[in-house]
Each structure stands twice: as structure tokens, then as C-alpha cells.
Design a protein around this ligand. Structure first.
Ligand code: NAD
Length: 438
């Protein structure tokens, strides 16, 4: 089966590579000529573990190609996956202009029955909008079906998530389109992945409701962490005690500097906007959005307090800038407001991230200095802040670190280290939600 994937970013590339690995004939399209030229040369424009190997393997086998020629890809394909961005507008609503642009292009090149699959996260009702655009712009010359197939992959483990998802959600009206989607995902059907087959609107809402729920869970434990600090409890023990209840579950109960990334912040805001448009104020999610901002600001307070009330004139070493480990994605990373505030308050910031420094340069203040490794970032620093829990930051040589720092102070916003061990090693140590450490 020929498949076109329009939009070759994190989701489009992973979708294209994985579907070609399932044996499909896939063309990945992007309007970014530089990105496509890189891919055609065998280079992968993003950092995602395993993606380069999977792309190389399937490109070599002739099942995966890259082009800017959307017309050719659409004409050739039976199924067209839309995987373009849906970034937030100023007011928090999702910007659908890229999705609409793609729908118009598909309409212009329709040459037979096609299944148009929305993988991008889109507001409820977008499936209908896409259907209307294609019907009107193509003059109703060819039949087509619109399907919602939201994506749940996580950057950093995207291939595993795509190949072994918890579920596949398919929203469609047309039985023929559902059958084609089941064919495409046959390898997942065989490993007994649960399929949720529903209407387009429900599928679209499943994605937002899932992300908003996860953001709520993270924010909940972040607030529990604040209580722990105030009341003498340890958030790790509280989270364990909560998570063993199967109705709650252990995942997403790890405290940190607030959620970030390309999805949770924009999808929570978009859902509150979707709800308001529907005449309802989604109170819980609105509060989560608000509290998450406070959590991020609180991290700056924590660093300032640990530094004795001011960071002005001090050097702060920062470990990790990406919004999570194993990605180069800086979108809405908590590192952005934290580092920006430190610089604004007069700190000299020396930062290191294993993959995200190129992207960080675009969004962090120009005065931030980028380092070779963790030890380089620590050199001469009055405070070392861990913002992203890359594995390589988990077992640093503490003696060496202490020797390099101007002051043995570590603020660990991901609770990577054990407070007792850090104290035994001679550090002043601050972390999140572990009162004993404070
Ligand atoms: P991205 O910004 O990495 O990639 C989008 C790509 O689309 C870009 O390369 C851009 O050049 C391209 N594009 C835009 N308009 C185009 C057009 N008209 N024709 C061809 N290409 C075009 O975005 P992403 O992170 O892959 O996210 C894509 C969608 O998937 C979003 O709706 C997002 O919410 C959703 N999603 C993302 C993730 C994630 O972890 N990144 C997970 C699940 C769902």
C-alpha cells in the first residue's frame, strides 16, 4: 500500500519510518527544503533514538523516500497522513493553518479514492472541517474518507511507542476507511494492541483528554511535593504509596520543574479554549495550566534561595536544557523560563545538554555559555542546577564535581540524587518535595 505522510517532523518521520518498517511503501513530504535535502542525503534532522537506523534500513529497502513534491506523493497514495504542526496561537487555541493548507493541497491533487488521516493533534470538529475543505475544493470529483488517528508517542522513546502502543485510536464513519486503517496497522493488531474504533469527534477528544489528564497528574504530584516540603514528608514515599493503588497507578507521579514540551502546554491550553468555545469552562485544566506556571516560577525561587537570596553576580551551571531526556526538543522546556530568569537576575549561566544546545541557542538569552560536558558546566559555578535528567547526569563523579565548583551547591530539580548521599559527599543540596533535604 502506498502511503504519504505530510509533515516530516517528530511525528511525521517516526510515523513514516515505522509504517515503512511494517512493509508499507511510504513517501514523507515536507515543505522545508533543507529538511528534505538532509533526509535525502541520509541525515536525520532531529535527535530521536533509533530513528536514523530505521530510516536508513527502510530507505535502503526502497520502501521510504522523501520529497517536497506533495502533489506526486498525494497522487500515488491510498492513505495520506497529515502530521504537520498545530502550534498554539497567542490566545492558546490551536493554529490550524498548516492542516488547512495540507487539506487544500490534497483536494487539488485528488485522483481517486483516498483516506485522509489526521495524525496531528487537532481540535474537535477539525475532521469535519477537513472533509468540507476537500469536498468543496475538489468539486466532489472523487470519493474520500477522513479519519482521525491521534498519535500518543513520546519523544525520546517514539519508535518503541509507535511500534508497541498502549492503544490505537481510529475515528471514522466509513467502514472502508476503517478497514484500510486496520490493514495499515495489521502488525499491531497481530500483537494484540487494543484498538478503539469510534467516531471522528471522540478520537479527536481522546487525544486532548489524555494529554490534559497526564498534565493534571504531573501537576498534582508537583503540588503534593510543595506540601511535602512544608510538612516534613518525602514526595517519593508519598508517590509510591499512592501509585501502588491500581486505580491511581505509579506513572507520572514524579515531581519536577513543571511539565513542558511540544504537547502538554499547548494541548492543555487548546482544550480549555475548545471547552470555552463549546460554552463550558473546563475548570480543572484551566487550573492546571495556571499552577504549572507557578511551579516553574517556584524553581527560580528555589535556586535563588539556595544561593542565599540572590543570583546576581554568581555563576550558575545548568545541566540539561531539553524538556526531557533523549530529545533535542526545546519547545516549552522549563529550562527556558528558569534560565531566562536567572540571566535576568544577573547570573552568568554556563549550560550543557547532550542534544539540545543547538535548539537552545535559538530560545535562550544570548549570554548563556554552552559547555562541553557536565564538568565543564560546573567549573567555577556557585550553584549547579539539574533541569533535565539525562542518564549521563545520574552518576557524576561527585568528588571531581566538588573540586570544580566554586561552592558545593547542587539544586536538583529532577531528584536524581539521594539527599543523604549528597550531604555525606559534602554538598549543600536542594531538591523537590523531600523535606528531609531542606
Ligand atoms: P514538527 O514541528 O516537528 O513537524 C511539523 C512539520 O510539518 C515541519 O517539518 C513542517 O515543516 C511541516 N509542515 C508544515 N506545513 C506543511 C505543509 N503545508 N506541507 C508539508 N509540510 C509541512 O511537529 P511534531 O512535533 O511532529 O507535531 C506534529 C503534530 O503531531 C502536532 O499536531 C503535535 O501536536 C502532534 N503530536 C506531537 C507529538 C510529539 O511528541 N512531538 C506527539 C503526539 C502528537
Amino acid at each position: 500500500m502506498h502511503i504519504a505522510v505530510v509533515g516530516s517532523g517528530y511525528v511525521g518521520l517516526v510515523t513514516g519510518a515505522c509504517l515503512s518498517d511494517f512493509g508499507m511503501d511510504v513517501t514523507c513530504v515536507d515543505k522545508d527544503e533543507k529538511k528534505i535535502a538532509m533526509l535525502q542525503r541520509g541525515e536525520v534532522p532531529i535527535y530521536e533514538p533509533g530513528l536514523d537506523g530505521l530510516i536508513a534500513k527502510n530507505a535502503k529497502a526502497g520502501r521510504l523516500r522523501f520529497t517536497t513534491n506533495v502533489a506526486e506523493a498525494v497522487e500515488r497514495a491510498l492513505a495520506i497522513f497529515i502530521a504537520v504542526g498545530t502550534p498554539p496561537r497567542e490566545d492558546g487555541s490551536a493554529d490550524l493553518s498548516y492542516v488547512i493548507e495540507v487539506a487544500e493541497t490534497i483536494a487539488a491533487h485528488l485522483n481517486g479514492y483516498k483516506v485522509v488521516v489526521t495524525k496531528s493533534t487537532v481540535p474537535i470538529g477539525t475532521g469535519q472541517l477537513i472533509e468540507q475543505i476537500i469536498r468543496e475544493k475538489s468539486g466532489g470529483r472523487f470519493p474520500f474518507s477522513v479519519v482521525s488517528n491521534p498519535e500518543f508517542l513520546r519523544e525520546g522513546s517514539a519508535i518503541e511507542d509507535f511500534m508497541r502502543p498502549d492503544r490505537v485510536v481510529i475515528g471514522a464513519r466509513d467502514p472502508q476507511a476503517i478497514a484500510i486503517m486496520k490493514d495499515i496497522y495489521a502488525p499491531l493488531y497481530l500483537i494484540e494492541t487494543p484498538f478503539v474504533i469510534t467516531n471522528v469527534e471522540s478520537a479527536e477528544l481522546i487525544k486532548y483528554a489524555s494529554n490534559a489528564f497526564l498534565a493534571t497528574k504531573i501537576t498534582f504530584i508537583n503540588e503534593v511535593a510543595i506540601l511535602c516540603e512544608k510538612l516534613g514528608a518525602d514526595v517519593h514515599h508519598v508517590a509510591k504509596g499512592m501509585g501502588l493503588d491500581r486505580r491511581i497507578g505509579p506513572k507520572f507521579l514524579h515531581p519536577g520543574p513543571g511539565y513542558g514540551g511540544s504537547c502538554f502546554p499547548k494541548d492543555t491550553r487548546a482544550l480549555t479554549d475548545i471547552a470555552r468555545q463549546a460554552g463550558y469552562r473546563f475548570g480543572i485544566v484551566e487550573t492546571v495550566v495556571e499552577v504549572n506556571e507557578k511551579i516553574k516560577a517556584r524553581m527560580v525561587d528555589k535556586i535563588r534561595t539556595a544561593c542565599g537570596g540572590s543570583v546576581s553576580g554568581l555563576t550558575v551551571g545548568v545541566l540539561g536544557l531539553a524538556f526531557k531526556p533523549e530529545t533535542d526538543d526545546m519547545r516549552e522546556s522549563p529550562a527556558i523560563p528558569i534560565v531566562t530568569a536567572l540571566v535576568k537576575e544577573g547570573a552568568r549561566v554556563r549550560a550543557f545538554d547532550p542534544a539540545a544546545m543547538d535548539n537552545a541557542k535559538e530560545v535562550l538569552p544570548a549570554t548563556v555559555e554552552y559547555c562541553q560536558d557536565a564538568y565543564d558546566a560546573a567549573t567555577g559555578a556557585h550553584c549547579l542546577v539539574i533541569i533535565t535528567e539525562w542518564n549521563q547526569f545520574r552518576s557524576l563523579d561527585l568528588e571531581r564535581l566538588k573540586g570544580l565548583l566554586a561552592r558545593p551547591l547542587v539544586v536538583d530539580l529532577r531528584n536524581v540524587y539521594e539527599p543523604d548521599k549528597m550531604r555525606e559527599a559534602g554538598f549543600a543540596y536542594e531538591c523537590v518535595g523531600r523535606a528531609a533535604a531542606n
